[in-house]
Design a binder for this molecule. Structure first.
Ligand SMILES: [Zn+2]
Length: 242
């Protein structure tokens, strides 16, 4: 048995989060989701190196903010765990992080078309979605992965207060003050990217996005409705695990 200590309910919630994000087409066989440990604020929980769709509570490992496992018990770790450790270190208000390669978002990190809210469900994007350019932090010949603390630190700094950040040629990061909020943002950032691309296509490069005032007002309203989606998704995920 590993020596690590964390709330077993939180580990179960994280396993469920993995299943939800696969069901909602945010994670595939890659990508990961973490949550800040409720017992030790300088630790976070993350699944062992495995496909998210198969994660169970017993697959969860605790890490310190250097992204070193407390006691992996022989289990292997995700190559990009440094994304999580450095975001938790830099942003004390963040309690959950989703890193995905969700497909619809990729074009917005690789062109000069910014990812903006096309509809109210993704109004949180009105706060802006910066793009992390790994060439600035890691030079011209990286494998694109955030595979050490220096790259994680640069990524966390670029995130600032944004809820979502795009990683050029790679994917994105969505954060939240809660696991539910981070999941909601990751899911609707992906849906928004899909709709925005369609709108820009039929509008020949022009679409009427939410303005700043609409984004702020809608984000406040929609954030109060997060539980409605999550309660259903959680029950569906739990059913898939039994
Ligand atoms: Zn990645």
């Amino acid at each position: 048995m590993p020596k690590e200590e964390f709330n077993p309910e939180l580990a179960q919630q994280l396993a469920v989060a993995n299943r939800i994000l696969v069901a909602q087409s945010v994670l595939d066989t890659f990508g990961h989701v973490s949550v800040r440990d409720s017992l030790h604020k300088d630790r976070f929980l993350l699944a062992r190196n495995m496909a998210p769709g198969a994660v169970r509570a017993e697959d969860i490992i605790a890490y310190d903010l250097d992204s070193k496992p407390i006691d992996a018990g022989g289990r292997s770790s995700y190559l990009e765990r440094f994304i999580h450790g450095e975001i938790y270190r830099t942003h004390p208000e963040v309690n959950a992080v989703v890193h995905s390669h969700s497909a619809s978002i990729i074009p917005f990190g690789t062109t000069d078309v910014p990812l903006k809210p096309i509809y109210h469900m993704a109004s949180f994007l009105g706060a802006g979605a910066p793009i992390f350019e790994i060439r600035e932090a890691g030079g011209d010949a990286t494998d694109l992965l955030i595979s050490n603390n220096a790259l994680g630190k640069a990524l966390a700094a670029k995130l600032g207060n944004a809820p979502v950040m795009l990683l050029r040629g790679h994917g994105d990061v969505a954060v939240g003050t809660s696991l539910r909020q981070a999941i909601f943002r990751a899911v609707f950032a992906e849906v928004n990217a899909k709709i925005a691309a369609q709108a820009l296509l039929i509008g020949r490069g022009h679409a009427n996005f939410l303005n700043e005032g609409e984004s702020m007002a809608a984000a406040k309203t929609i954030d109060s409705q997060v539980a409605r989606a999550l309660e259903l998704w959680e029950s569906e995920a739990l059913a898939s695990m039994s």
